[in-house]
Design a protein around this ligand. Structure first.
Ligand code: HPA
Length: 279
């Protein structure tokens, strides 16, 4: 059997043996959204480190666990802490948790992150709905023998971020009076922040925000036919747009500052998505 699929199945079986919870929506919490767990009616918690073979995050401030529970009546699985490529895992390990949540039943996934603003009109604290992404600078998680059980060899990526979900997200933001911009996300490997020249290149290529996650996660979810919605919290102006050097502390500080608004937006979006389909 395909080794990547074998590893995934092994993790999936361990989770299935411990919970019968079937989520409808998966959610990945980025920087600043960690506290979102407090808003969920949590039924079960599974620590990543308790799943044999599961990649465990090494970044400070990223707890590593799955929460299973409800946002009102919507069954969700939440990743509190994600795995990044720069930690040294191969790309198939990085996306394993995403595939696992989709295999558990999630039909839709909401991805969140902190990102650098390339678009000069994005000030720190801006929330941006992803309209598209550029993954060309990171290895594809779909490289290698195709896992036919999950999806096709050559999946379409012409509409990664679901139009309907984006509409619900926008309407929710409007109703809550939360400003929400739209834009293209570019993923680089990190862990170093980009150089000003790289940011200029990314802008020329059409990117509005830059980060080190999310796009590859969206790709594997689409490969499995799962609908994707993603929101970036612009935590800093990208390299060269500010005189200050970039620090992880600045990223965390801004993310924490807008955390309340961000949480409200995601919480209500989940409820509104839930209303839109029969659970
Ligand atoms: N670059 C890459 N990733 C990031 C940034 C950035 O400026 N800010 C938050 N994540």
């Amino acid at each position: 059997m395909n080794q990547v699929y074998k590893k995934l199945l092994n993790c999936y079986n361990q989770v299935k043996n411990r919970t019968s919870f079937v989520p409808k929506i998966a959610l990945v919490l980025g920087s600043g959204l960690g506290a979102f767990g407090d808003r969920i009616d949590v039924k079960e918690i599974i620590e990543y480190s308790s799943i044999e073979g599961f990649p465990v995050s090494t970044v400070s401030g990223h707890n590593g666990r799955f929460l299973f529970g409800y946002v009102e009546n919507v069954p969700v699985v939440v990743m509190q802490g994600r795995i990044h490529y720069y930690e040294g895992y191969c790309m198939t390990d990085v996306v394993l948790p995403i595939r696992l949540m989709c295999m558990l039943g999630a039909e839709k996934i909401i991805l969140t992150n902190a990102a650098g603003g390339i678009n000069k009109t994005f000030v720190p604290g801006t929330l941006m709905a992803l309209t598209d992404h550029i993954t060309s600078f990171v290895p594809s998680p779909l490289i290698g023998q195709n896992i036919d059980e999950l999806g096709v060899r050559f999946p379409d990526m012409s509409c990664v971020y679901d139009k309907k979900l984006r509409e619900i997200l926008n309407k929710t933001a409007n109703k809550l009076d939360i400003p929400l911009r739209e834009g293209v996300y570019i993923q680089f490997t990190g862990p170093a922040y980009e150089t000003p020249a790289e940011i200029n290149m990314a802008r020329t290529l059409g990117a509005d925000a830059v980060g080190m996650s999310t796009a590859v996660e969206a790709m594997v979810a689409r490969h499995m036919g799962v609908e994707v919605c993603a929101v970036s919290c612009i935590s800093n102006m990208a390299a060269g747009l500010n005189t200050k050097p970039l620090t992880h502390e600045e990223v965390k500080e801004t993310a924490d500052m807008v955390s309340e608004q961000f949480q409200k937006l995601i919480y209500n979006t989940i409820i509104n998505i839930g209303k839109d389909f029969t659970i």
